[in-house]
Unconditional design. Structure first.
Length: 184
């Protein structure tokens, strides 16, 4: 379980939990994020139940919301609302430092700890999380993240069919080695 001051990272991104779900009674999770040049650019995606707010401390955040690409810089903030296709990334040649607020927090901290844990173990290649892990998360996490390019109903169907297979293959929602607890 994430805790205040915890740092998770890979070669391009550093996250420090400033406030966790436990600290805020689930209202939000606040994370200091450093995106290095060349960091992973997520595909356009949709969160059904969470808003993501970015406050830029330094650098320039590039984001895409509803198909329109924009940028904000130091001192500015943007909320990428639930239900809207979006992505965010560092498109510059220098570090981008933001405060990211995810509200409500739900179980997003398990998701982040596992992503960075898998990255550290070499299980994420070119930003691609193992398929069965993603399907398990779509089925069971409250903090669902859907691809914007595929109907949500199709993704829900796929996750319903493949989540039992993922469990048999040993995939979990969270792992003790990353989160301090196993969540099946």
């Amino acid at each position: 379980m994430a805790h205040k001051g915890q740092i998770i990272s890979d070669e391009f991104t550093i996250m420090e939990f400033l406030e966790t779900s436990e600290d805020t009674d689930g209202k939000y999770s606040k994370i200091l994020v450093t995106f290095k040049p060349g960091s992973f650019k997520a595909v356009d995606h949709i969160h059904l139940f969470q808003d993501e707010t970015f406050r830029v401390r330094s650098g320039i955040l590039t984001y895409k919301l509803d198909g329109i690409t924009n940028k904000i810089s130091s001192g500015e903030e943007i909320t990428l609302p639930k239900g809207k296709p979006h992505t965010h990334f560092n498109d510059e040649k220098y570090d981008l430092i933001t405060e990211q607020i995810i509200s409500p927090a739900l179980d997003v901290e398990y998701l982040l700890e596992t992503i960075f844990g898998f990255a550290g173990e070499g299980k994420i290649k070119k930003g691609k999380i193992p398929f069965f892990q993603v399907m398990l998360w779509l089925k069971y996490l409250k903090a669902k993240t859907y691809l914007a390019s595929l109907p949500i109903s199709v993704q829900d169907f796929l996750s319903s069919v493949t989540a039992p297979i993922a469990r048999k293959k040993g995939y979990q929602i969270a792992y003790k080695r990353f989160s301090g607890t196993d969540v099946l």
